[in-house]
Design a protein around this ligand. Structure first.
Ligand code: FAD
Length: 402
């Protein structure tokens, strides 16, 4: 008798937690489980702005998959998914092909360029560990180059433009506010020669966030030297500059786009029905017509049944979906009742660099400064605990707000 084969694509928040939950629910006799990921490590996507700014070490943000997932129970394949063939129940990888009985797609997000000319070629994006590390090194290289070649130097090398004032853009600016003074010291450059400019098309930062919290964030960042160009649309990205508004050119050594993300393009290419680039799934987290496929995290579009508003694409959502997904796969194998996903919003906290942060907690209460920062650390450590227990919290956790 053959066992069902469960294949999970992507070891991000959704993929890792679903694998963990499946291991709790199923024994080795019940099913074979395969987890495919581009790298042999899992990373904390929510810390990547810190990696990109250089305020935490790369290795702090990543965890070897085999350190937290039992490789005797799960076949871990390090490879890149190239194609999902949903009608033949096959997945094409760079080096092999897999067939499945149940498929979990949790391949996360990628940069959305919205057709802005030059965005694909000239913009960095805080997307994965490798890109984030490249941003960190690129910024530092600009400082080194500026100081090394006095004759050809150009102050715009020291300008960093962050496109977008959403959650990621604002958190990243907060880290830059901490990091840039350190780089100035290291390369003997006065802080006032460095510009950090946030360019946002809307008239205020953090659209959708509580206005009082957004105002607090803006003040905190302005005080620490971040310039804002609100109500300013980016028209084009070139090497060494961007064009905004009616044709104004702003020169910069570094441009990072945080203004938009979309689902991994593989889900669109697979032919699933999409809304805003994400796959429509029902409350059991499956796309219509494909009972054996679950699509989680930033790849899917799930509506709150009561309000018909889609849930926000967050790590928190991806982690919670894992429970429902694992439960439902168990149900499909052994029978029972399928679970409907219901999001439990535990609040959102944005870090603003150093000791500063702001956000809301589960009861809607607003937190600012150190208090918010402590809460942010609690959220991060809680996830590490779920993933790897106390050992992982001790190794990678965040304990002090500074
Ligand atoms: P991911 O965690 O992105 O994982 C996708 C995985 O798939 C990765 O391991 C990747 O390597 C792998 N993969 C991708 N393509 C392939 C391929 N072709 N083949 C094989 N493997 C592949 N959310 C919050 O709730 N709170 C926050 O404070 C917060 N802060 C954020 C800060 C930043 C800087 C960013 C960028 C995002 C933040 N988010 C936050 C959003 C959150 O990170 C995402 O919603 C979350 O990562 C989605 O999880 P996921 O499992 O869908 O995908």
């Amino acid at each position: 008798e053959t066992k069902p084969h469960i294949v999970l694509l992507g070891a991000g928040y959704a993929g890792m937690m679903t694998t963990k939950k499946l291991l709790q629910k199923l024994s080795a006799q019940d099913a074979d489980i395969t987890l495919v990921n581009k790298h042999n490590y899992h990373y904390q996507t929510t810390w990547l702005h810190e990696v990109a700014a250089g305020t935490i070490d790369v290795n702090r943000s990543r965890i070897m998959i085999s350190d937290v997932i039992d490789s005797n129970r799960v076949h871990i394949i390090q490879d890149t998914v190239l194609k999902i063939d949903k009608d033949n129940k096959k997945v094409e990888l760079s080096n092999s092909e897999l067939t499945y009985d149940y498929l979990v797609i949790s391949l996360g997000f990628e940069k959305a360029s919205f057709g802005i000319s030059g965005m694909d070629e000239h913009a960095f994006s805080i997307q994965d560990v490798n890109q984030s590390r490249l941003i960190r090194d690129h910024i530092e290289y600009q400082f080194a180059k500026y100081q090394n070649d006095v004759e050809n130097r150009d102050e715009s090398m020291l300008t960093i433009i962050v496109g977008g004032a959403g959650f990621t853009g604002i958190e990243f600016c907060g880290e830059l506010a901490e990091r840039i003074p350190e780089l100035c010291k290291k390369y003997d450059i006065p802080r006032n020669q460095v510009r950090i400019i946030n360019v946002e098309g809307m008239d205020s930062i953090l659209p959708g966030f509580d206005p009082e919290l957004a105002e607090y964030a803006e003040q905190s960042l302005r005080t620490r030297g971040i310039e804002f160009r609100l109500g300013t649309f980016i028209k084009e990205v070139k090497e060494g500059s961007i064009i905004v508004g009616e044709g104004e050119e702003i020169r910069a050594g570094t441009f990072i786009w945080t203004g938009g993300v979309q689902a991994n393009r593989l889900v669109g290419e697979a032919g699933f029905e999409l809304t805003k680039g994400k796959v429509n799934v029902d409350n059991t987290l499956r796309p219509a017509g494909y009972e054996d496929i679950f699509i989680l995290g930033d790849c899917s579009w799930v509506l709150d049944k009561e309000t018909a508003i889609p849930y926000p694409p967050t790590a928190q959502l991806a982690i919670q979906e894992a429970d429902t997904c694992a439960h439902n796969i168990h149900t499909l194998i052994f029978g029972g009742t399928l679970q409907e996903f219901k999001y439990d919003n535990k609040g959102t906290v944005a870090s603003l660099g150093g000791r500063d942060a702001m956000g809301t907690v589960f009861d809607g209460r607003k937190l600012y400064g150190i208090q918010a920062k402590v809460m942010k650390n609690v959220i991060d450590d809680r996830y590490l605990f779920m993933l790897g227990g106390p050992k992982l919290v001790l190794k990678k956790g965040k304990f002090r707000p500074f």
